[in-house]
Design a protein around this ligand. Sequence first.
Ligand SMILES: *Cc1c(COP(=O)(O)O)cnc(C)c1O
Ligand SMILES: [Zn+2]
Length: 434
Amino acid sequence: MTSRLQCMDCTTTYPIDTVTYTCAACGGLLDVQHDLDAAKKTVSRALFDDRLGSLSAPYNSGVWRYKELVHPTVPDEQVVSKPEGNTNLYHVPELARWSGVDTLYLKHEGENPTGSFKDRGMTGGVTHARLLGMTRVACASTGNTSASLAAYATQAGLQGIIFFENKNIALGKLSQAIAYGATCVQINADFDRNLALVREVAEETGIYVLNSVNPFRLEGQKTIMFETIQQLRWQVPDWIVVPGGNLGNSSAFGKGLNEFYQLGLIDKMPRIAIIQAAGANPLYQSFQRDFDDLQPIKAQTIASAIKIGNPVNYKKAVRTLRWTNGVVAEVTDQQIMDAKAQIDGRGIGCEPASACSLAGVKKLVAEGVIGRGDSVVGVLTGHLLKDPDATISYHTDSLNNIRAQYPNRLHQAEGDAAQIIDILNRARSAEYAD
Ligand SMILES: *Cc1c(COP(=O)(O)O)cnc(C)c1O
Ligand SMILES: [Zn+2]
């Protein structure tokens, strides 16, 4: 049996080449459902370990290493890959101490080709778009999806189309989308409205939508979990902590972990903690109400990648939380930026949204939800260079309503050696005074 699209609510299935994002029968979200019985006969820890270090496409990619579980039937030469994945899993004792746990790893998805985990989704989505014979692909984006779509679309010979909000776009991301040659439209509307618009425009024009409502995106993104567990030599951590915006990533994580579990590749499920910004926390609010419903909000946070008030993958994220006995927490912009300064200051670095992971660990340890002795993997979703404005504004203490707890002050000097030596001496004593 081959892979099919399956509605997560009413279980209606559709052929894999159906161009649709939601169930025609009930409007539910679709999964790419693979034949796990068939996969069981071919995949193993040994197979995936053998492919580690491969120099040949597509197995040199940290997504396509798991091809049997991502898009089993696509011919290798059709895969659009850069390659992506194979990102570092940092073991960081200093940040473990800061957040209050004994064992902390950070999986740095900002180390993907365009600087965010979106590349793992986009290699899946753009490959499928090409299989379908699409010529134009589009997304609404807070920034990283656009950078990734633009890069993969041009590689595949497709026209990329981006719907941006006309304010609050991190410059690193906007510059990538323009540089990679996508058609960029700045719209006087927020992300949630732009996502509705892109779906409406796509419906009328036959453009293919590559937001995370597209289930082929999530097939790529679930490999973050596969790769993390493989890097841990198939040991399952107690916790996975991930920022939540449109909730594609957390949805993908649950699906991937569930598949690994069903295939016997892991013998327990980690718990997933989804961390939202306090100003963009509809999932957190719903979690507080036992998931009775989702109430969309108007989102506001410095972490622009998760400034989303009506997450399209809400139901899949709830499913992830049920499968993994998961939790949801919220963190303030102050906590996000302080956690970012900690991550940056260790020479690792990330964009604001990513720092939710570390801020969330600290908060959940303080609340006693994560135990001090638990092993924790935090996912860093985007690269430090994506949003230099946020970084500089923090260190110059010029952010509204945020006071830098860990500033690295920028010193000013005339062209005078004695003055510079004086600055250096004072900087050194300040360091030792800490
Ligand atoms: C897209 C993105 C997120 C949010 O992921 P979702 O799948 O939308 O929940 C978080 N951080 C960064 C850096 C992102 O680009
Ligand atoms: Zn349905």
